[in-house]
Design a protein around this ligand. Structure first.
Ligand code: FAD
Length: 385
């Protein structure tokens, strides 16, 4: 069997690695010549970590992961700690540590593990076709590839999605802008082994440690879409939005490099099905686009990859049945993740300010138990729980 994988991001490379483990032949086609991932870093929660462990990347992942031992929320204005707790109970309950990692390094790890030379860069798919014999992917340069199955891992703007769904889907603006990047750790900003989040006014400023003595930082601000803001105005924009916030936030704004800071208007897509049609399956953001509010989009792509490979392994004689099995295993799980993230997004970003205010109040009495129970429930819904 030969499987054509479209997209060389987290979903595409994890799928190719997972299929290779079972000896299934894969060809990976990536649109761009050099992948520049959106976002500076990503938190891989234990459900994703277990998938990467299974795919043989246990040790390299640990080398990239930040040492995140505690979690804290702090008041936006005075910086006082609202709650601070150890993440050890989460690790004990879920059986793995969470690993925040720089995205570019994660991408290199995945490419090296699959084999960079086996990825065909600069091959943008424009059209896919299938019949009872197999699939054809047609590329922008006029070339084509043939295989038995096609796995579309071409991200949130997927071109393959409409041929599975037979209708277009709209991305939904989630109502806030996220700026993110990497900066050297400094205790004047936050402890180097802590996930620290300053909250207030429906906004947040967050720092997570990644390897190499760096923080992954992000700022979220509820804003209309389409504002004329770019790198040239970035520091002024953040200083304005976070005027009056605590000193560590001001220090962070002074330290960041606008040239390497990303500005992203956050979107998701209403959960949809089918994820599969005949010999074509959607995977990762092509199949489920979520806001990053529970940090699960990439982890879900890793889960998809593991489940897909298992489905093909367990239905060796009927590839279409394998894809149907994959869909059946994933459709409720990914719907749940998208809707959970959307709910969290609304509370965090002041969709109804009274609800957000109540959450700020609850943080003052939070022992960590409620927050970690919520995270564990999400994590344990994964296929390797
Ligand atoms: P992508 O990463 O988008 O990769 C798709 C690939 O397909 C790209 O390389 C693209 O060039 C290629 N491609 C596109 N079109 C074509 C085509 N026509 N032909 C060939 N190739 C094509 N997730 C987490 O798990 N934890 C987090 O902490 C987290 N934080 C996030 C923070 C932000 C600000 C954002 C925006 C997202 C975050 N996510 C997080 C989500 C995560 O980034 C995505 O879910 C993940 O990158 C999806 O991987 P993918 O491979 O499906 O898609």
């Amino acid at each position: 069997m030969k499987v054509i994988v479209i997209g060389g991001g987290i979903g595409g490379l994890c799928s190719a690695i997972a299929l290779k483990r079972y000896g299934i032949e894969t060809e990976v086609y990536e649109a761009v010549k050099e992948i520049k991932p959106v976002g500076a870093a990503i938190s891989i929660w234990p459900n994703g970590v277990k998938c990467l462990n299974l795919l043989g990347m246990k040790e390299p992942l640990r080398a990239l992961g930040g040492n995140m031992r505690t979690m804290a929320y702090q008041d936006f204005r005075r910086g006082e700690v609202l709650t601070r707790f150890s993440l050890d109970p989460l690790v004990a309950q879920s059986g793995e540590r969470p690993y925040p990692v720089a995205r570019a390094e994660l991408q290199v790890m995945l490419l090296n593990h699959y084999g960079r030379e086996k990825v065909q860069f600069g091959r943008r798919v424009t059209q896919v076709e299938q019949d009872s014999q197999g699939v054809i992917a047609r590329f922008e340069d006029g070339s084509e590839a043939r295989g038995d199955l096609l796995i579309a891992c071409d991200g949130t703007h997927s071109v393959v999605r409409s041929s599975v769904l037979e209708r277009p889907v709209e991305r939904r603006y989630a109502g806030y802008v996220n700026w993110n990047g990497l900066v050297e750790c400094d205790e004047a900003i936050a402890p180097a082994d802590q996930w620290t989040t300053f909250v207030g006014e429906g906004k947040r400023v967050s720092l997570m440690p990644v390897a190499g003595n760096r923080f992954y930082f992000f700022f979220d601000v509820p804003l209309p879409a389409g504002l004329a803001e770019d790198r040239t105005s970035l520091r002024d924009d953040l200083s304005r939005y976070f005027s009056g916030w605590a000193q560590p936030v001001q220090t962070l704004i002074e330290r960041i490099d606008p040239q390497t800071t990303n500005r992203i208007e956050i979107h998701d897509i209403d959960p949809f099905s089918p994820l599969v049609k005949g010999r074509i399956a959607l995977l990762g953001d092509a199949a489920h686009s979520t806001t990053p509010d529970i940090g699960q989009g990439g982890c879900a792509a890793m889960e998809d990859a593991v489940v897909l490979a298992d489905a093909l392994q367990s239905h060796p004689l009927d590839a279409e049945a394998a894809l149907r099995h994959y869909q059946q295993q994933r459709v409720d799980r990914v719907k749940d993740l998208v809707l959970k993230a959307r709910k969290r997004c609304d509370v965090t970003h002041g969709k109804e300010m009274a609800v957000t205010q109540q959450w700020y109040e609850e943080l003052k009495t939070e022992t960590g138990e409620r927050i970690m129970n919520g995270m564990c429930e999400t994590i344990q819904g994964g296929p390797l729980a």
